[in-house]
Structure formats: structure tokens, C-alpha cells
Design a protein around this ligand. Structure first.
Ligand code: M6R
Length: 599
């Protein structure tokens, strides 16, 4: 997700911009750029990849003295992550940075091209700067030209624009994309798309309302339709990054509905799934799939095995990467080898990928971190676009992995003609509901908080479920044990009677995933068996269940995946609240690392 910064002041401008962008890194990005105006001249630099690349490019660029600057980290939507597509975008004498999406950019671009404008990038953003310069041709008042530009944009935007025709001025506008302006006691002005870059720099900040448009110099701040109201800026850098949440994990759980839209954008269409990253040639000749991963990513892989076999009718085999690497696996070249990894650096998964490549298999990574080792090694990569995940216990990365794999199973279903067109359309329709479902599911947080006090002891937890709810049970158990340090196991509900039920008593907590859309009666019988042995039951279901000691009622849905994502949120929130009550470090649980780069 993109980030914006801006600065007016006397301190070294380049460092202010790059440091500001660094505070926004957690949002995820694939290129970055700045434009600085000193003595009426603008210089701009852009680099693909990490901010360190931009720093390297600008190391000889001195920006001391009074001036202004704008900066941006870009997370590609329209056009690949290249230098040309990175912001700031320039016209003849102006530069712009933008977050959001200009929905009518094609129409504007056509109109501008007819007037002889040449475009350098594939982005929607570039239209803004050219449109501004066209509007400025027929006006002396540049703010009027800026407003006329903004008036023509449909969609969401936070925009900063500087122009050599108005030295010392930053024009800005906001609609649907956040933007904050801060100022310090010494008269500096800061812009940022969240307050993290402002903390420790500005003394007060104004959170702009949608529809705000204005300009600022070191002497004047003017906005329409209303003046901005500033409030003192409080907090330290760490709290700012957490966006008001207690923990990164909590923030990341709450972000899921937004990042899932990012995962789908440009890929889930009304009637089709499109992946720029792979094509028909890549999947030609593939008759089976093998997936390798560790931990939570392994649970996403197991979920995918149900989806691939059910929807794409393609045989799938899933392996834990650390096991795969020493089992002398038999690999055939009709197999697509998929690795799943949040970090892209997990040593076991990386080694499994290397083995598959050496065996000549086509390899595909489903990963959250661009330019990571796994991404660089795989033949192709589908990025999950979850944004940086800081909590050691994975949440939004898992959600987006499952989403990509569900999408991929439909992609294969279409190519293998294993589903009717109408059935695929139905799946896509349900898929498009996921962000709303995730948002609504958060309503259960208070209930999880209350219930958590009853689950702080006992001799263990069984998370049980069937079908795709079995990997979700595994994931629920992993989440709980990672941050609460309580013993928890995930089991297929039907497996309990083959041994584990021997542990059942009142101090054994069963967390039963009981979706209505998939094998409800079968799961219910298994839960009854546990209840008969006095296990304490917490049922998570849209249907009340008499034998449950506790229940969390989920919303009724018409598709198992919608139930899946809602129950996923319940598991995450419940684990987090149990860990909070136990006084544990939710974001950095003992003995665990975010990225496991050793065997
Ligand atoms: O970065 P990866 O997805 O490859 O990491 C794999 C596991 O180490 C990871 O999922 C781990 O299980 C998490 N702590 C789960 O919350």
C-alpha cells in the first residue's frame, strides 16, 4: 500500500522525506521516490525496491537550506513496479505524488493524448500532473488550476503537487485516502498518509476531511471548504506504528478486510481470475500439484489441497518443507511445485524450492515479501499483498495466502474446464464478499474478550473441524499455543474417536468449528461424543448448539469459504485475548522468530 510524505522547512529535506517514508514502510511498497525544490528548481529521484536503493541514488544530492519536498512509496496497482511507474510523476515543470486510484484515468489520459501529451508511465497518477499543467495554461491562479484538476478526478486520492511556477508551495487534496498535515513550533510543515512519520517531528496535526483541497507555504496555509483544525500530536513512534491498537497482531487482524481487497484487486474480475504473473504456457502440461510450506503457511497449503481437488480436479499433495527435504522425494515434471511463505526467507521452504528447481519442475511462490530469497528463486511468484506483518503470530498473511490459493484453484478450474462458467461466476461473487464478511466478523471481539477469562487453565485444547475447517483447526491451535503457551492441538473432528478422545474431561477444552455449509451434522456428532465425555465445549457456529458450554455465534453464510474466514477471525481474536489475560508478549512471543532462516 502506498505512502506519502511532504516537507516544508529549513532542515535537510532529503533526510526528512526518506525518514518519513521509512515510517511508512510497514504498509508495504515496491518502489520509492522523492522530488525536492530548492531555489525554484526541482530535482527528482526514484528507485525500485527498498528505500536503501533510493538512499544510494541520492547520496550525493545535498538538500540543505530552505525548500520543499514530496516523497512516495509505491505499491504497484496500475503497471509494474518499475522506476518509470514510481512516483513522483512529472509534467513539464510540476511533480505529483498520489495514493489511491483514479477510476476515470483512461478517459482523462485519452483526452490529454489528443491534446499532444506524452505519457511516460502506465500509472493512473500521471494524468494528474498533465491535467494540472493544461489547466494552468489558461489561468494565472495556480490554486484554481489545481482545484479544476481535482474536480475532474473520480475515485480515491491523497495528492501532493509541487510546481516550478509556484516555488515554495505544496498543493494538496484528499478524498477517500488518508492524509495528515503536521506543523512544528519552528514553522516546519509535514505531510504524511498516517501519523507515524509525524511523531517526534511535528507538534500538532490536522487530520484532513474528505473533500479537502488547499495549498501551503512556509507562511500561509489555506484550505477549502473549511480551515483545518490542529490538535496536539501525542504518542511515541511505536504507538504510532500500531495505529492506536494495543499490538501489531491486533492491528493486523483488523487490517484483514482491507488487505484482502488489495489481494484481489486487478485479479478477481466479474467473470474471470487474472494473474499477470503466470500465463497459459506456465501451466501447460501440469497434471498435479505439490505444495511445500511451514507453520501457518503449511495450513494455508492444506486448505488449498481441498480447494484444488474440489474445484480444479487436480491431484494435490502437501508436505511440510522440513520433512520434504530429507525424504528423497520422487518428483515428476508434470508437477507444479508451489511454495508458500509469508517472509520468503524460511530456510526449509527455500531448500525445498531449490530441490524442486534442480529436479526441473516448474515452481511458483505464493509470498508476501517481494525480492525475498524465495521470490528470487521461484520461476513465478504471486504476491499476497498483505503488507508488512510485524506480529510473530501470522494473521493477515494467512488470510491472503488462502485467498490467493482459492483464486488459483479457480484459475486452474477455468483452464481445465472442471467447472461450468456459471459456477465459476458464483464462486467469484462469493469471493468478492470476503472483505465485508471480515469486517463484520470483527464485531465478535468483545465476546472473545469476555470468554477468554474462562480459558486460561485446563490441560489442553482441541481445535476440531472437518474438510477445510480441519486446517483452520490446526491454525487455531497453532495461534493459541504460539502466544498463550497453552497446549493446543488441531484435529479432524472425525479423528477424535481414534485416540485423542481418551484425554476428554472437564479440563479439556474443545473449540469446535461447526460451519452450517459443510458437514454440519457429521461435525456435530463428533462434538456430541466429546461432550458425552465431559469435555468443555466452545462451539463456533451460526447455529446454537445445546451441548456447548460456551458458544460464539457466527453470521449465516451461503459459502463455506465465507464461514472459513469468519471463523479464522474468531480464532485469532480469542487466542490474542487469552494471551493478553495471561500477560504474555503478544507480538513477540517467547522462543519464536518472525523469519526462520535457519534449519
Ligand atoms: O514466513 P513463512 O510463512 O515461511 O513462515 C513459516 C512459519 O515459520 C510461520 O508461519 C510460523 O508458523 C508463524 N509464526 C505462524 O504464526
Amino acid at each position: 500500500m502506498c505512502g506519502i510524505v511532504g516537507y516544508i522547512g529549513k532542515r535537510e529535506i532529503k533526510s526528512r522525506l526518506i525518514e518519513g517514508l521509512r515510517e511508512l514502510e510497514y504498509r508495504g511498497y515496491d518502489s520509492a521516490g522523492i522530488a525536492v525544490m530548492l531555489d525554484g528548481r526541482i530535482e527528482s529521484f526514484k528507485a525500485v525496491g527498498k528505500l536503501s536503493n533510493l538512499e544510494e541514488k541520492t547520496k550525493d544530492f545535498a538538500t540543505n537550506g530552505s525548500g520543499i519536498g514530496i516523497g512516495h512509496t509505491r505499491w504497484a496497482t496500475h503497471g509494474k513496479p518499475t522506476e518509470l511507474n514510481a512516483h513522483p510523476h512529472m509534467g513539464e515543470y510540476s511533480y505529483v505524488v498520489h495514493n489511491g486510484i483514479i477510476e476515470n484515468y483512461r478517459e482523462i489520459k485519452e483526452m490529454l493524448e489528443e491534446r499532444g501529451v506524452t505519457f511516460l508511465s502506465q500509472t493512473d497518477t500521471e494524468v494528474i500532473v498533465h491535467l494540472f499543467e493544461i489547466e494552468a495554461e489558461c489561468r494565472d491562479d495556480l490554486f484554481e488550476a489545481f482545484k479544476a484538476t481535482i474536480d475532474q478526478l473520480d475515485g480515491a486520492y491523497a495528492v501532493l503537487l509541487i510546481t516550478q511556477k509556484a516555488p515554495g508551495t505544496i498543493f494538496f487534496a484528499r478524498k477517500g485516502s488518508p492524509m495528515i498535515i503536521g506543523r512544528s513550533g519552528s514553522g516546519e510543515i509535514f505531510f504524511a498518509s498516517s501519523d507515524a512519520p509525524l511523531i517526534g517531528e511535528a507538534d500538532e496535526a490536522a487530520y484532513m476531511e474528505d473533500g479537502t483541497v488547499g495549498f501551503v507555504t512556509s507562511e500561509t496555509l489555506y484550505t477549502e471548504p473549511e480551515p483545518l483544525s490542529f490538535v496536539p500530536l501525542q504518542g511515541d513512534k511505536m504507538t504510532a506504528q500500531k495505529g492506536g491498537f494495543r499490538f501489531f497482531m491486533e492491528k493486523e487482524i483488523y487490517e484483514q478486510y482491507e488487505v484482502m481487497s488489495d489481494t484481489m484487486i486487478g485479479r478477481v474480475l466479474d467473470e474471470d481470475i487474472v494473474f499477470e504473473e503466470i500465463d497459459d504456457e506456465f501451466v501447460d502440461g501440469i497434471t498435479r500439484i505439490k505444495i511445500c510450506a511451514c507453520g501457518t503457511s503449511y495450513h494455508a497449503a492444506l486448505t488449498a489441497s481441498y480447494l484444488f481437488e474440489r474445484l480444479s480436479k487436480i491431484p494435490v499433495n502437501v508436505e511440510i518443507a522440513s520433512e520434504f527435504r530429507y525424504k528423497e522425494p520422487l518428483l515428476t515434471d508434470d508437477t507444479l511445485f508451489i511454495v508458500i511463505s509469508q517472509s520468503g526467507e524460511t530456510a526449509d521452504t527455500l531448500e525445498a524450492l531449490r530441490m524442486a528447481k534442480e529436479a526441473g519442475l516448474k515452481t511458483l511462490a505464493v509470498c508476501n515479501v517481494d525480492n525475498s530469497s524465495i521470490v528470487r528463486m521461484a520461476d513465478a511468484t504471486i504476491l499476497t499483498r498483505a503488507g508488512i506483518e510485524k506480529g510473530v503470530a501470522s494473521t493477515k498473511a494467512f488470510a491472503t495466502q488462502v485467498m490467493v490459493l482459492w483464486m488459483l484453484s479457480l484459475y486452474f478450474a477455468k483452464r481445465r474446464r472442471s467447472m461450468e462458467r456459471e459456477a465459476i461466476k458464483d464462486e467469484l461473487r462469493f469471493m468478492s464478499y470476503v472483505p465485508k464478511v471480515l469486517q463484520k466478523s470483527l464485531e465478535v471481539h468483545e465476546k472473545c474478550k469476555r470468554l477468554s477469562k474462562r480459558y486460561l487453565h485446563g490441560h489442553g485444547f482441541f481445535f476440531i473441524g472437518r474438510d477445510i475447517f480441519y486446517p483452520l483447526a490446526l491454525e487455531g491451535a497453532l495461534k493459541l499455543k504460539e502466544i498463550s503457551y497453552l497446549h493446543a492441538e488441531g484435529y479432524p473432528a472425525g479423528e477424535m474417536k481414534h485416540g485423542p478422545i481418551a484425554l476428554a474431561d472437564a479440563e479439556l477444552f474443545t473449540i469446535a468449528l461447526m460451519p452450517k455449509t459443510l458437514l454440519y451434522d457429521k461435525t456435530k456428532s463428533n462434538v456430541e461424543e466429546l461432550s458425552a465425555r465431559d469435555s468443555t465445549i466452545l462451539s463456533i457456529s451460526p447455529e446454537m448448539f445445546d451441548l456447548a458450554d460456551d458458544f460464539i455465534l457466527t453470521h449465516p453464510h451461503k459459502h463455506p469459504m465465507l464461514e472459513f474466514f469468519e471463523m479464522m477471525i474468531v480464532e485469532q481474536l480469542l487466542s490474542m485475548e487469552i494471551a493478553v489475560r495471561l500477560g504474555n508478549d503478544v507480538d513477540m512471543p517467547r522462543n519464536l522468530a518472525k523469519s526462520v532462516t535457519v534449519e
